[in-house]
Design a protein around this ligand. Structure first.
Ligand code: CP
Length: 316
């Protein structure tokens, strides 16, 4: 089954992670996002769908793509948008997360988009306020909208992902993107292989229900899609103990131009930001085999879709 069944109804109140979303929920969000993707190509890429809604973007951690993409999605749909970043807020004076969110909520907010370095913060916020909560990345736990936009982009290459072969390469241990992608891709019945150094594989990798390879060539020869993950130096304590050097990492696990010539079929994805010359050569990131910037464009459409559905929209 790769289509939303007749009579399906979307009943989610929040997007905390893809664990809570069924296969049908995921397919439905991706299906709705197709409509919003078409809107983005119009001369006037706007719809008034959220004109009576007020949304706060609560970013406690740095972001370029997710923050701008959510804000653009909200503005494309006519919402009133307020942006919170810790650097210029009373968090600096010691205000707790709970007090911050309860104060913001008192200003009659309908939806909260939150990124935080601690896993579980989006869940915690559901206990503090009535607004719909959307997880924009919580520590190394989940990044559900990234996985949704990744799966949307994969569907543009392979409309039915059943049995499609997805390799996720790099820093598996520290990645929230990989966790949400594994959950989502398994629900859509894609085949997933994780590839990277042993030291960047989580100890519970055997329990994730996916295959593991330590051989980049073997992985690239196998896959339809290769998603490289950023080496997250900021989350790695004692990074030099996990692999000898970035140069050696690139040598063994970086995608190089000669791989594109040797294995002509796979497409390349990356959630960003890219460390050029580490996860892949610059020429690879800029090649016509990469759909990295398509992921970014599709991200706006996917976020428009989930905002629409969580604001009470039923079906476009
Ligand atoms: N992919 C992603 O989450 O990028 P940002 O950190 O720039 O939002």
């Amino acid at each position: 089954m790769s289509e939303v069944p007749d009579g399906y109804q979307f009943n989610q109140k929040h997007l905390l992670g893809l664990t809570d979303y069924s296969k049908e929920d995921i397919l439905f969000v991706l299906d709705q996002a197709k409509y919003f993707r078409e809107i983005l190509d119009r001369t006037v890429p706007k719809v008034p769908t959220l004109r009576d809604k007020t949304i706060v973007n609560l970013f406690y951690e740095n972001s370029t793509r997710t923050r701008l993409s959510f804000e653009l999605a909200q503005k494309r749909m006519g919402a009133d948008v307020v942006n919170f970043s810790t650097g210029s807020s009373s968090t600096k004076k010691g205000e707790s997360l709970k007090d911050t969110i309860r104060n913001i909520s008192s200003m009659k907010i309908d939806m909260v988009v939150v990124r935080h370095e601690s896993p579980g913060v989006p869940h915690f916020l559901t206990q503090c306020v009535d607004a719909a909560i959307l997880n924009a990345g919580d520590g190394a736990h989940e990044h559900p909208t990234q996985a949704l936009l990744d799966m949307f982009t994969m569907q543009t290459l392979h409309p039915d992902l059943t049995g499609k072969k997805v390799a996720i390469i790099g820093d598996i241990s520290h990645s929230r993107v990989v966790r949400s992608n594994i959950i989502g891709l398994k629900k859509l019945e894609a085949k997933v292989v994780l590839c990277g150094p042993k030291t960047l594989m989580p100890v519970y990798v055997e329990d994730m229900g996916v295959e593991v390879s330590y051989d980049l060539n073997e992985t690239l020869a196998w896959c339809d899609i290769a998603m490289a993950l950023r080496i997250q130096l900021e989350r790695q304590e004692g990074a030099t103990e996990l692999f000898p050097s970035l140069r050696e990492y690139h040598e063994r696990f970086g995608i190089k131009y000669h791989h594109l010539e040797k294995y002509p079929d796979f497409k390349i994805m990356h959630p960003g930001p890219i460390n050029r010359g580490v996860e892949m050569e610059s020429e690879v990131a800029d090649s016509d085999r990469a759909v990295i910037l398509d992921q970014v464009t599709n991200g706006v459409a996917v976020r428009m879709a989930i905002l629409y559905l969580l604001s009470g929209g039923t079906r476009v």
